[in-house]
Design a protein around this ligand. Structure first.
Ligand code: DGY
Length: 327
């Protein structure tokens, strides 16, 4: 019996590719950069399954060009690059990798928070540049993390993990989300629900953990930045477009807020000549919040398992659109 065909849009953990190879003829895009659109369409034209990344647009055009497609598996918890409605209309299950990266991403968000608070990147760069001349009582003063108020916008899986980390630093946590957490979560984690604008006004640190949707695009713009404390530190390990970057640049430059630490940007990659990169009070990391060996390995395996289930016509363990199984 001929094996199904699968296209994997980037190198992932070999272990996961080996799992896939037992079930399917696997072609992996070998380059570091994503396949250009024409190559993506060409490579997926005859496949039964695709294992995609956030950088690959899996849309109606691609689905039209891949008439044999039976399953889509994304190696990420986010999937805004996939037209899920279109996939659902065609009965195609879409897999993703929730939970795998929750704690690792929260670790990174907390790391960004601390690095911005204590000016870690700026000071380390000063040492490398030979600007460490002496110990001075007034040099490189940052902000205390312990005891400061953390505002969390988006109290889903990663937001909850962020709140747990804050407990270890005696930080009161105030949060906002469209859906309030059950009272038992609020008690267990000592988190206080508040209106969106109160979170902005009260917090010393604000960490974003919302999904990117039309409602959260530019959730943080000029008006919201103006509401924050002049010392506020803004952390984003969610999605770049949640913040209006022009407004953020102005707010950081004019001292409307204290600092920002971003793992995600708009666009990605952020061009090296972007104005945000000229600022000492802005840290930018290259979308690496889930990048631990253990987590990326687990994501690779989960993505492979989802795809294998999809090819076998079995239910994916982690499916964005389980309604395809009802049809
Ligand atoms: C995701 O999974 O959506 C992250 O942004 C990358 O790990």
């Amino acid at each position: 019996m001929t094996k199904p065909k699968v296209f994997v849009t980037r190198q992932i953990f070999q272990e996961a590719l080996d799992m896939l190879s037992k079930e399917a003829d696997v072609e992996v895009w070998p380059d570091e950069l994503p396949p250009p659109r024409d190559a993506l369409l060409r490579k997926t034209a005859g496949v039964d399954g695709i294992l995609s990344l956030l950088t690959d647009a899996v849309d109606g055009e691609l689905m039209d060009a891949a008439p044999n497609l039976r399953a889509i598996s994304q190696i990420a918890v986010g999937y805004e690059n996939i037209d899920v409605a279109e996939a659902t209309r065609r009965g195609l299950p879409v897999g993703y990798t929730p939970n795998a990266l929750t704690k690792t991403t929260a670790d990174m968000a907390f790391l960004l928070l601390m690095a911005a608070a204590r000016r870690l990147v700026e000071t380390a760069e000063a040492v490398k540049a030979g600007r460490w001349k002496t110990w001075h009582p007034l040099h490189y003063l940052g902000q205390d993390v312990h005891g400061a108020t953390l505002g969390i916008l988006g109290m889903g899986r990663i937001g909850l993990e962020m709140a747990k980390r804050a407990q270890g630093f005696d930080m009161p946590v105030v949060y906002h989300d469209v859906v309030r957490r059950p009272a038992e979560d609020e008690e267990r984690l000592s988190i206080r629900y508040a209106p969106f604008s109160d979170v902005l006004r009260e917090s010393d640190f604000i960490s974003l953990h919302v999904n990117l949707t039309p409602d959260t695009r530019h959730l943080i713009g000029r008006a919201e930045l103006e509401m924050m404390k002049p010392t506020a530190v803004l952390v984003n390990a969610a999605r770049g477009p949640v913040i209006d970057h022009d407004a953020l640049y102005d707010a950081l430059k004019d001292g409307e807020i204290g600092a920002a630490a971003l793992d995600v940007t708009e666009p990605e990659p952020l061009p090296a000549d972007h104005p945000l990169l000229t600022l000492d009070n802005c840290i930018v990391a290259p979308h690496v919040a889930s990048a631990s060996v253990a987590t990326r390995r687990l994501m690779s395996i989960m993505a492979a398992e989802n795809l294998i289930a999809g090819l076998r016509g079995e239910r994916m363990a982690n499916c964005v659109n389980p309604e395809v199984y009802e049809a």
